[in-house]
Design a protein around this ligand. Structure first.
Ligand code: SF4
Ligand code: SF4
Length: 83
């Protein structure tokens, strides 16, 4: 079974399929030096992404859907395995 989500960033529409059984296996993190603070990841309104000086991801609140990584055109969001 898959969820299908459509999301919008500042440059257009991104539609992705997220396998439900992959959720919770990974968390995502923002590499500060690659982030230019464009704000695209904040526009998806994920509760795990908070604005400090720049956006940061609370790994404990991240379900690993990967949407934020898709909207970040700077390659600043990376996937990390949850232990
Ligand atoms: S979308 Fe990427 S570059 Fe833009 S603020 Fe978020 S992490 Fe930083
Ligand atoms: S992977 Fe999904 S849940 Fe985790 S921070 Fe990104 S958008 Fe939020």
């Amino acid at each position: 079974m898959q969820d299908v989500l459509g999301i919008v960033n500042s440059r257009g529409i991104v539609v992705i399929n997220i396998p439900v059984n992959s959720l919770g296996k990974y968390a995502f993190s923002i590499v500060d030096e690659y982030c230019d603070n464009c704000g695209d990841c904040l526009r998806i309104n994920c509760p795990a992404i908070q604005l400090n000086r720049k956006p940061v991801i609370d790994a404990k609140a991240c379900i690993g859907c990967g949407i934020c990584q898709l909207v970040c055109s700077r390659g600043a969001i990376i996937r990390i395995k949850v232990s």
